[in-house]
Design a protein around this ligand. Structure first.
Ligand SMILES: *Cc1c(COP(=O)(O)O)cnc(C)c1O
Length: 412
């Protein structure tokens, strides 16, 4: 596994920034290890939401009054913050969505239905979240395209030789996850993108996990589309971003029709607004967009490198501690990982594991993690998953390991 050198963080200090962490669950201090599902929010993000509603709530863009101007300025300031967070070249390339799922559907509909035809091939991978499978299946059904899948090896790495075999001049679109929410695998997306471009395909990267745990640079990756969800990187729920290259976004049809996305409407014909507004029909999620800037600033203060280094340290420690437990098998031992440890245990169903850990105040996720085909690949119904964020500690991993041993005692 990779190592990183970065300034160390004062984790106890950081925990003070997250009010929710300071509570007892079932008479034990909460150990929150479900960060791949959603992260907790620092006070700065909560305050940004409150400040917006208490101070300058108004509908944006068409208002002439003071509050509308203030809300519009804050909304557009968040777009610039997201632009620099992903290192996009232009602010117009940042489209606000409701999250990763929404962003992928937008591309499948607005790009896919316009540019993909019968017989064209779409390549995804065997470790995709359902939100990066189903929209493409829907498109394939409608347009007669063919879905191809890069297989996953026993360690949890993508089989890139197989990817080479799948690529051809029929490949029109490749959509893969940057970092797996189920296995933790960090995929070599730069290589995947280069190879797709060599056959003329466009590439979408599902950055739901990478945006919170890795430094993302869409220009360096040369990604055509990149999607993420704010709630996975300490921001609010129901808000995310689609990054797309200008030329692609301009060529695409609108996705939803309505207010804001138009230039002029008559009953005979409607002309559309410029990007990004062409894709932002209706009143957006203003408060949550405004608050995402606070999440980005919070991450920036701590530094992404330092956060990643801390999480890797936790990953190594958890991998060591959990490997020592008899009968426990970690699913996903890829060369490069984010802080996710998924495991199964002889004789104990993951659901029982989750319930009994919860009785001890430990929050983990159990089940298929929205990656059912991946579970099939490993011949299992689901796993128990512990996933780490900046505020987690080695003490909490010790609690997890003790908790698992306790489950074993009770069940076996
Ligand atoms: C969470 C997640 C999604 C879905 O994100 P939503 O915010 O639910 O739209 C997609 N892909 C991965 C890898 C995820 O972790």
């Amino acid at each position: 596994m990779q190592t990183a050198i970065a300034p160390s963080l004062d984790i106890q200090q950081i925990r003070q920034d997250f009010p929710i962490l300071d509570q007892q669950i079932n008479n034990r201090p909460l150990v929150y290890l479900d960060n791949a599902a959603t992260t907790q929010k620092p006070r700065a993000v909560i305050d940004a939401l409150t400040n917006y509603y208490e101070g300058y709530n108004a509908n944006i863009h068409r208002g002439i009054h003071h509050l509308a101007e203030q809300a519009t300025a804050a909304f557009e300031a968040s777009r610039r913050a997201m632009q620099s967070f992903l290192n996009a070249e232009h602010w117009q390339e940042i489209i606000f969505t409701y999250g990763t799922t929404d962003g992928i559907n937008l591309v499948a509909q607005a790009y896919g239905r316009r540019f993909l035809n019968a017989g064209d091939e779409i390549i995804i991978s065997g470790m995709e979240h359902h939100s990066n499978i189903v929209p493409w299946q829907m498109l394939c059904e409608e347009r007669g395209c063919v879905l191809k899948v890069i297989p996953v090896d026993e360690q949890g790495d993508l089989m890139l030789d197989e990817y080479d075999n799948l690529l051809s001049e029929k490949t029109k679109l490749v959509s893969v996850v940057h970092a797996s929410n189920s296995l933790g695998t960090v995929n070599p997306v730069k290589t995947i993108i280069d190879k797709a471009h060599a056959v003329g395909a466009v590439v979408l990267i599902d950055g739901a996990q990478s945006s919170s745990h890795l430094t993302v640079d869409v220009q360096d990756l040369d990604a055509d589309f990149f999607v993420c969800s704010a709630h996975k990187f300490y921001g609010p729920t129901g808000m995310g971003v689609l990054y797309g290259k200008t030329a692609l976004l301009e060529a695409m049809s609108p996705y939803r029709g309505g207010g804001e996305m138009i230039r002029e409407v008559t009953f005979e014909k409607t002309t559309y607004n410029d990007i990004p507004y062409k894709f932002e029909a209706g009143t957006p999620n203003i408060a949550d967009v405004v608050a995402v800037k606070a999440a980005i600033e919070y991450i920036g203060q701590l530094s992404k490198e330092a956060i990643s280094a801390h999480e890797l340290d936790l990953l190594h420690y958890a991998t060591e501690q959990l490997s020592e437990i008899d009968g426990l098998r970690i699913i996903g031992q890829a060369r490069e990982k984010i802080g996710v440890v998924s495991f199964v245990m002889d004789g104990i169903h993951h659901q029982d594991m989750g319930v009994i850990l919860d009785q001890q105040g430990i929050a983990v996720r159990t089940g298929h993690h929205c990656t059912m085909p991946l579970m099939h690949r490993f011949g299992i119904a689901g796993t128990t998953r512990a996933s780490f964020a900046v505020y987690n500690t080695k003490d909490e991993i010790d609690r997890l390991a003790q908790g698992i041993r306790r489950v074993q005692k009770m069940m076996l």
